[in-house]
Design a protein around this ligand. Structure first.
Ligand code: ADP
Length: 279
């Protein structure tokens, strides 16, 4: 049986609303009783519209947010209430990439990639070797001394990926990593993430509001709506026979440019050998 690398067990996250005079105060649930399991080697997509609770969920995986109730385990350790010092070795095994890339504008490409190694006090010669390896892996050797402002969006995200890989993580969390990119660049970045998964065996959890992203590279998916995971499973199973209206809406949106008479054909092309519920 596959090894669970991340498990969430009945996780709830409430935020307190600040009640001004006459306004309702109290708690609102950003994540509402979510249980899920990510296995080692998965590319696990979490899809949902804005405000569905995806970021909050992912932030609980590296304890940037703590659950109000329920339990989160990562790499075999229950991190639900783990103190900062004990979290450190676990966080080191988790890389993160973001929609806005979050690069240092005053550092070069090489310096950005080396940053997590510096924080961990790696020797200078190791840092240089590792950065060179990563520049080759993401295809940016010729841009080592450029600054982020000199790069395209796709190149910036490749730097973000290289930086996230610097400390050899076992898990990569990607928060809308391709949402700021055009379709062609999105495909390039997704292909790179697939290589990260296949070549290094890194488990990837990616959150997105774009079905094409999940369809492109994920093997498993959880669909979120209003803080809940409304369905989850093998990508093909979930999208070939969607049970929930929100999942159907994602498929309909993904097919919005496809003429009605070609939709079934398109779905069969995307999911060969599967019977697709016609929308
Ligand atoms: P998504 O990533 O799917 O867009 P989020 O996890 O960002 O969703 O947000 C889920 C809900 O939680 C939203 O209603 C959002 O306003 C609320 N929320 C997220 N973070 C906070 C916070 N720090 N304080 C208060 N409310 C928050």
């Amino acid at each position: 049986m596959a090894e669970a690398i991340i498990t969430l067990d009945h996780v709830v996250k409430e935020f307190h609303r600040r009640g001004g005079s006459g306004k309702r105060s109290g708690a609102s649930r950003a994540v509402d009783d979510v249980s899920l399991r990510v296995d080692r080697g998965d590319i696990f997509g979490i899809i949902g519209y804005s405000g569905a609770g995806k970021s909050t969920l992912v932030r609980m995986i590296n304890a940037l947010e703590r659950p109000t109730s329920g339990a989160v385990s990562v790499l075999g350790t229950d991190i639900t209430a783990l103190g900062e010092s004990k979290l450190r070795p676990i966080r080191q095994k988790i890389g993160m990439i973001f929609q806005q890339f979050n690069l240092f504008s005053t550092k070069t490409v090489s310096e950005n990639i080396a940053y997590p190694l510096q924080l961990d006090h790696w020797r200078k010669d190791y840092q240089e070797r590792r950065v060179a390896e990563l520049l080759d892996f993401v295809g940016l050797r010729d841009h080592a001394d450029d600054y982020p402002a000199q790069l395209s969006g796709g190149q910036k995200q490749r730097v973000g990926i290289a930086r996230a890989l610097a400390t050899n993580p076992q898990i990569l969390l990607a928060d809308e990593a391709t949402s700021a990119l055009d379709p062609e660049t999105t495909d390039e970045v997704l292909a790179l993430l697939k290589r990260v998964n296949e070549q290094f065996g890194i488990t990837i959890v990616l959150i997105t509001h774009q079905m094409s992203v999940v369809q492109n590279i994920a093997n498993r998916v959880a669909v979120m709506s209003q803080g809940r995971v409304v369905e989850q499973g093998d990508v093909y199973d979930v999208f070939a026979a969607p049970r929930q209206p929100v999942t159907k809406r994602f498929i309909a949106t993904a097919l919005s440019g496809v003429p009605q008479e070609q939709r079934v054909e398109q779905l069969h092309r995307d999911w060969p050998g599967r019977i697709v519920t016609v929308l």
